[in-house]
Design a protein around this ligand. Structure first.
Ligand code: GUN
Ligand code: ZN
Length: 459
């Protein structure tokens, strides 16, 4: 179908367009429903997009009579999936990925705090925000829940960059009023006021959302946590984003700092910070009672395996978060720069190994669910993102399961014909894949990243 010409004589992109090829998404949670019912695989499918949203989705055979002459891009020997969702990441820590030798509290003092100081300079923050977003997109991540730095201008720079790219991003200014260098601390009142101003400016601006972001209980006084809770009351659909129970020394310190609280989570709970839209990163050392409370409250955990291994924090209990009795919303987080990769494939790889070390299994479909629809549910975005349901926003990725010589050797070019063949191929995607595997990333139906074509010398 030819494209219409606008008055300026330029060719307008067609308002309805389609992508043809193999698709995988999730329509239910494979931790609870059989994989045959929760994973949806269409070997020859068509995704029809209008105004950035999904207008139709199904087999090419079913849709060809209605949409066969729509402008179509066909991807052969590729797998389309919903864009990945990273439920915990720090954009100012991009440059300090792979910082040697320390565990959490020393790592914060030695590396994270001095790096975040640089984000007082808005021009610098702008530059890193662009690098960060480039990295997300080339790794197939289209949405993330993001820590900025304490400086409001670091949030401004981030949201401005995300808005220009039409990305769905949730972010917030870090709040700290103790146990951090003076140059990063401010009063509880000042953090409250600055956060309020940022919420009023950015929350629901296009695809952007705001997260009230107390760093963790160690760096916020009870007063500051209460102020954060007040903001959640004043703006009921903003998010809350923090860390919890990542490291044993951290947990012990919180106990000492909050003697009147019944554990770490209770320090947040007493401030009104444990409810829906509240996302807690790590949770490696949560107690049974804390898992139960998070389940009741509808809060979410961001499981960050590359970070938990790199910082020696411990092994997250996936099976407890996904228990039948007290299910907790769960997503995957890269936790850059405590984490070691922007790739949610690599993050899923390490999640699988964390499960192995605990004598548990994480199936490839479970892992990919966490990276897509599971992440959307953890961030209360499942109405608009997470799979290829009609009406949702068309953020998706094009994966090459034969992207390296070894992957090409490992995986046959033919599209899998059974669920177990597919499981085998996508398991190799998780274990061997990374940014090299992401051929293209689409945001609201428009191409936002495309890998330069590269010929492997030995292929
Ligand atoms: N706990 C408090 N701050 C941080 C941080 O920046 N990274 C990680 N991994 N944990 C934290
Ligand atoms: Zn973190």
């Amino acid at each position: 179908m030819s494209s219409p010409k606008s008055q300026s004589g330029q060719i307008d992109p067609p308002s309805v367009r389609a992508i043809r090829g193999s698709f995988l998404d999730f329509v239910d949670d494979p931790f609870y429903a059989p994989e045959a019912e929760s994973a949806r695989y269409i070997a020859d499918g068509l995704l029809v997009i209008e105004d950035g949203k999904i207008k139709a989705f199904g087999t090419y055979t079913d849709l060809q009579s209605e949409y066969g002459d729509v402008f179509t891009t066909t991807y052969k020997e590729r797998l389309m999936m919903p864009g990945f969702i990273d439920t915990h990441i720090h954009y100012p820590q991009t440059e300090m990925i792979a910082a040697y030798g320390e565990q959490l509290l020393d790592w914060l003092n030695q590396y994270a705090f001095p790096t975040e100081k640089k984000f007082q300079d808005k021009a610098y923050a702008r530059k890193i925000a662009e690098i960060f977003l480039d990295q997300l997109l080339c790794n197939g991540t289209t949405t993330a829940l993001v820590f900025a730095a304490v400086f409001p201008q670091s949030v401004e720079a981030f949201f401005e960059a995300a808005e220009r790219r039409n990305l769905c991003m949730i972010a917030g200014k870090v709040m700290m009023d103790r146990n951090a260098p003076d140059y990063l601390c401010e009063t509880a009142e000042a953090a409250y006021e600055e956060t309020k101003t940022l919420i009023q400016k950015w929350h629901h601006k296009g695809r952007l959302r705001y997260a009230v972001t107390p760093r963790f209980a160690i760096t916020s006084t009870p007063e500051q946590l209460r102020k954060a809770g007040e903001l959640l009351k004043e703006f009921p659909d903003v998010y809350m984003h923090t860390h919890i129970s990542e490291n044993v020394n951290e947990v012990a310190w919180v106990k000492a700092l909050f003697p009147d609280c019944d554990g770490y989570l209770d320090a947040y709970d007493k401030a009104g910070l444990v409810k829906e839209r509240c996302v807690f990163a790590h949770g490696v050392h949560l107690t049974d009672g804390e898992f139960q409370r998070l389940s009741e409250a509808g809060s979410a955990i961001a499981f960050c395996p590359t970070s938990n291994l790199f910082l020696g924090s411990g092994l997250f209990k996936i099976e407890q978060a996904k228990s039948a009795e007290h299910p907790v919303k769960l997503g995957l987080g890269t936790d850059i720069g405590g984490g070691t990769s922007f790739s949610l494939l690599q993050t899923a790889n390490e999640a699988y190994k964390v499960a192995q070390l605990r004598q548990q299994k994480l199936s490839p479909f479970q892992a990919l669910f966490l990276a897509t629809l599971g992440g959307a549910r953890a961030l209360c975005l499942e109405e608009t993102l997470g799979n290829f349901e009609i009406g949702k926003e068309a953020d998706f990725i094009v994966l090459n399961l034969r992207a390296t010589p070894l992957m090409a050797f490992r995986n046959a070019p033919d599209a899998p014909s059974t669920l177990s063949e597919l499981a085998d191929q996508v398991f190799s995607l998780i274990i061997m894949g990374d940014d090299r595997t992401v051929q293209a990333t689409y945001v609201m139906g428009e191409i936002a990243y495309e890998q330069e074509s590269f010929q492997w010398p030995c292929s």
